[in-house]
Write a protein of this length. Structure first.
Length: 423
């Protein structure tokens, strides 16, 4: 290998191990290669600008802002109240409320961290009061939150659609069945845990309580109907749907529910901007690294190597899943997709894998990575809310991780699992 490849592999890995933030690790790697290879430094700002000039990427900050507006406007609390009256009487009732509320919130925000924060802030204390350990309550909120990359609309699918040049609407549909199976798996584990810990069941909601929750939560429930109905009804694109979600959340929060104060809007926007800046920063600098990876033909070389050494598609998929899972446990998921995306696409083409099916497999892996120790992003969100140590939550979350890996295997080896709603 030449010096450029060493810098892009071993050099980048060393920076990550040393704890350098991913956006800076990628930027330093690109600058080092430009210097060693004597390439015009202007390449970096040019590719950073070009990498963010996609209309589809506008959906990311808009969906982030929609999630923040919903939380600040009290819509997330109303979604939890609706979920509560329908499933709280089941064994492990509050656990089921967490899962159902996360599914509904994810269908508006598209963001795993936003879903984890919105649902976890309400449900972790509530579960702890009902006898659940705080570490388990945190692990469940994290596991439920990371369903967001699979349940449309999904920021992860937007990014993958841009990388792979595939229909984002079709990718959204590819995540529905895996996301629902993940929710069913989490609810099954909730029942097992409640039975093991002898958590008492709550009373079934009365008809009056159900009607009251639906009346108060109607505006929150209409949000995913408008967003997803608009996308698949051909009214607007996924990016336009994100802007509609923001406008809807603002109008409902300020003028209908009247919990969102105009004075709080700047703070809400700043919170959304902080998270969006992290994602878009990684997108920008990864463009430069992508150009260098293409220049060194790393994707082509890896695809050819796999084609020469692995002759069975199922073995290749297993290798990719194992490698991606290990990388996702120690690396930022957005950076992972952007850096390895071209290689993965080349490999998928080499083995004739349906690109939508392949995207569903990658994003399912990304979702699991957000909950996986040691540095799953949503783990840190959950521990910040609960005050529990990362180690205690990591111990509690492994049953959920194993269940998610079963869903990943179904997505990988049963193409209809992700393509059933498309064909």
């Amino acid at each position: 290998m030449n010096a450029n490849i060493w810098i892009m592999t071993a050099g980048f890995a060393a920076l990550v191990v040393l704890g350098v933030p991913f956006v800076f690790a990628i930027g330093i790697t690109v600058v080092a290669v430009l210097w060693v290879a004597d390439i015009i430094p202007m390449l970096l700002p040019q590719t950073m600008l070009a990498g963010t000039q996609s209309f589809s990427l506008l959906g990311i900050p808009f969906f982030m802002l929609a999630g923040e507006l919903m939380s600040a406007g009290g819509l997330s609390k109303r979604l939890i109240a609706v979920a509560d009256v329908f499933v709280r009487h089941l064994l492990g009732g509050l656990g089921h409320v967490t899962v159902v509320a996360a599914c509904i919130f994810a269908s508006i925000s598209g963001s795993a961290p936003a879903t984890t924060a919105a649902i976890g802030s309400a449900m972790i204390p509530a579960m702890a009061e009902r006898g659940y350990s705080r570490s388990y309550a945190t692990s469940l909120a994290v596991s439920a939150g990371v369903m967001a990359p699979l349940i449309p609309p999904s920021i992860a699918f937007i990014i993958w659609g841009v990388i792979a040049e595939q229909s984002i609407a079709k990718l959204f549909l590819a995540g529905v069945i895996p996301g629902l199976f993940m929710a069913i798996g989490l609810s099954t584990l909730v029942i097992w845990r409640a039975h093991r810990d002898k958590i008492p069941q709550m009373k079934r909601a009365t008809g009056a309580e159900v009607r009251q929750a639906l009346r108060k939560g109607i505006w929150a429930l209409l949000a995913p109907v408008i967003v997803l109905g608009g996308i698949y009804g051909g009214v607007f694109t996924p990016t336009e749907a994100a802007a509609v979600a923001c406008l809807y959340s603002f109008i409902v929060g300020v003028f209908i529910e009247k919990e969102l104060k105009l004075s709080a809007i700047p703070e809400v926007i700043v919170r959304a901007m902080k998270v969006s800046a992290i994602v878009m920063g990684i997108v920008a600098v990864s463009g430069g690294l992508g150009v260098l990876v293409a220049q060194e033909q790393l994707a082509t070389r890896l695809a050819v190597l796999l084609a020469e050494t692995v002759h069975e598609q199922w073995i290749m998929l297993m290798i990719l899943n194992l490698g991606f899972f290990l990388l996702a446990a120690v690396m930022d998921e957005i950076a992972l997709m952007l850096i390895f995306g071209p290689m993965l696409i080349a490999i998928g083409n080499q083995f004739g894998i349906d690109p939508i099916h392949f995207g569903a497999m990658i994003v399912t892996n990304v979702a699991i990575g957000m909950a996986s120790p040691p540095i799953g992003y949503c783990l840190f969100v959950g521990t910040a809310i609960s005050g529990e140590s990362l180690l205690s939550v990591a111990r509690a979350i492994w049953p959920q991780i194993m269940m998610m890996l079963v869903v990943l295997m179904l997505v990988t080896y049963v193409p209809a699992f992700s393509l059933a709603l498309i064909r």
